[in-house]
Design a protein around this ligand. Structure first.
Ligand SMILES: [Cu+2]
Length: 258
């Protein structure tokens, strides 16, 4: 490690002032994340509405708070450099130096640490979202095709399917129960997209994708295709109804043999 070369920069009043301001802000940001994940704004995202989607949502919040923190420090330092070291005459104000080992180690280690922390939480959430239950309460086979969706409930022999323009199929799900989905495509690449569940997954020809939803609240949603797949791509909508388990059973019975 090289000898520390004093720059005058560290001692400058501006840096101390910025540190005094940013220190508490950073502390508040970190404390905010740790203490109350619920009181952080949604930053424009849906809350997920499934156990899996909710994890994705919290990851999004964490990333957003981290970006505000990093962006805040970056812009504050930029402003400091622009204002404090602006041209005031013919002389160059900052001391001209070569190298500052402490500063260089700092701005290498800190970003690596930030990326490592974000990576850790990303892997953790991905593992949770990608986990498929061994004994799910329900299984649903989803088939994407030009241009619609087919939902098949193998245990009950019930199928709902797109029947033309504006005749969208319904994906009925019981609240609080884990459903395992088996997603395929009959022709080209489609995207099984549930905005309110913070979830999208490719429906690929020749590939089977598995994933779980555990809905948390009863509500109605609209799903769509997120991959441009041809002429009527925009019409590949489907209804998602999250209902009570008893309502789900009556829906199943009403559709059996129909
Ligand atoms: Cu499509």
């Amino acid at each position: 490690m090289g000898r520390f070369v004093g720059t005058g920069f560290e001692q400058s009043r501006g840096v101390r002032r910025v540190a005094r301001v940013l220190g508490p802000i950073g502390g508040i940001g970190v404390a905010g994340v740790v203490l109350s994940a619920c009181n952080i704004p949604t930053f424009g995202a849906f809350k997920g509405n499934t156990v899996q989607g909710n994890s994705t949502f919290h990851l999004w919040q964490g990333f957003f708070v981290a970006s505000i923190f990093v962006g805040g420090i970056t812009f504050a330092l930029l402003a400091l450099a622009i204002i404090r070291f602006r041209r005031k005459g013919e002389s160059i104000i900052p001391k001209q130096i070569h190298g500052n080992t402490k500063l260089e180690v700092f701005y290498t280690v800190v970003p690596v640490l930030i990326v490592a922390v974000l990576y850790f939480f990303t892997v953790r959430v991905e593992n949770k979202v990608d986990t498929v239950a061994r004994n799910p309460n329900l299984r649903v086979d989803v088939t994407g095709f030009q241009w619609g969706w087919k939902f098949y409930y193998p245990k009950y022999g019930v199928t709902t399917i797109t029947k033309g323009v504006d005749l969208y199929p319904t994906l009925e799900l019981p609240v609080g129960e884990t459903a395992t989905f088996r997603l395929v495509s009959n022709d080209v690449v489609h995207g099984f997209y549930m905005p309110e569940f913070d979830f999208s997954r490719y429906a690929l020809p020749g590939v089977t994708n598995y994933f779980d939803f555990t809905p948390q609240h009863t509500a109605n949603f609209l799903g769509r295709c997120s991959q441009f797949c041809g002429l009527y791509h925009a019409d590949m909508l489907f209804y998602v109804h999250v209902v009570s388990p008893s309502q789900f059973q009556s829906w199943i019975h009403a559709h059996q043999g129909s």
